[in-house]
Design a binder for this molecule. Structure first.
Ligand SMILES: C[S@@+](CC[C@H](N)C(=O)[O-])C[C@H]1O[C@@H](n2cnc3c(N)ncnc32)[C@H](O)[C@@H]1O
Length: 283
């Protein structure tokens, strides 16, 4: 059992390190997620873990606690519609606006185990004619060092490749290795993975035409969401696209973005007039 004061400490610690906003009743979550960390670091119980975290904790312990508390659920082509929109509207629009040959840049800001950026990479391969030879850079980042290491390998089990991935893509873009499937070298080479905490500066990544920031803001409180969104607006081109998760919104949180006509797609508020008609906010 975790004491009330240890729970308070861990909640504050996680909020500072990762932005995670835990409600008062998540004791079971902390206990179940951190139990493997206790085992790994040979700590007898939660109070010893908290004592270590309070007192100059070693970096690997902090990293293990932060990693363990992230929720990394992901799947290929999750929610389908953002990916349909990408090929039906977003890429054609951006290619029309950009000078021929100018590369496009896409950022997956909470890429987890890689299904999202690899879904995008496969779509780009499938729709190469849309790009007319233009290069697309896909940058995929995540707070958790564990998931980024997994994503880089691009190895998935049978269950994972059966979730959302069309079978023809599995056959075309994966190679089987025993019970596992690995994303082909070509597709892996299209994505650049790195660790990045959205609470920290990310302007060094450069400017992006499209930002996928899906199913991560839900874990943060409103001021944290607002602060991150205001910095996302600064790295998104004026006519760029922001794609959030199905349960996420900017409404009431950020005035930098306005909603498109479909849920989950946003454009820069300041550039409303520059946006394609289909994507201007309803007036
Ligand atoms: C539920 S997954 C979403 C994966 C993918 N975007 C999708 O929608 O399928 C949320 C991811 O956000 C990451 N995350 C949590 N806090 C973060 C932070 N402060 N900075 C960057 N990534 C974070 C987690 O490690 C986790 O992999």
């Amino acid at each position: 059992m975790i004491s009330a004061s240890d729970y308070d400490f861990l909640s504050r610690f996680l909020k500072i390190k990762s932005g995670l906003a835990l409600s008062k009743d998540k004791q079971y979550l902390i206990e179940s997620r951190l139990d493997p960390v206790l085992q790994k670091f040979g700590l007898p119980d939660m109070s010893r873990l908290v004592a270590q975290l309070r007192d100059a904790p070693p970096a690997p312990l902090v990293e293990a606690v932060v990693n363990a508390m992230t929720t990394n659920e992901s799947l290929f082509f999750r929610d389908k519609s953002p990916f349909e929109l990408l090929t039906a509207t977003i890429l054609p629009d951006l290619c029309r606006r950009r000078p021929a040959g100018q590369p496009l840049r896409i950022w997956c800001a909470a890429a987890s185990t890689g299904q999202e950026p690899y879904s995008i990479a496969m779509l780009l391969q499938e729709n190469a004619r849309l790009l007319g030879g233009r290069k697309v850079e896909i940058i995929a980042t995540d707070l958790s060092t564990e998931v980024i290491a997994r994503a880089q390998q691009g190895i998935y089990n049978q269950f994972e490749v059966q979730r959302g991935l069309p079978v023809q893509y599995l056959l075309r873009y994966f190679k089987k290795n025993g019970e596992l499937w690995q994303v082909s070298d070509d597709i892996r080479a299209m994505v650049r993975f790195s660790n990045l905490n959205l609470l920290q500066p990310f302007s060094h990544l450069g400017m992006f035409d499209i930002v996928f920031c899906r199913n991560v803001l839900i874990y943060f409180d409103i001021p944290t969401k607002a602060e991150i969104l205001s910095r996302v607006a600064k790295v998104l081109t004026k006519d760029g696209y922001l794609i959030l998760g199905g349960a996420e919104t900017v409404l009431g949180i950020s005035s930098d973005f306005v909603a498109g006509p479909q849920r989950g797609y946003y454009i820069q508020a300041a550039a409303g007039a520059a946006a394609p008609v289909a994507f201007r906010a309803a007036e």
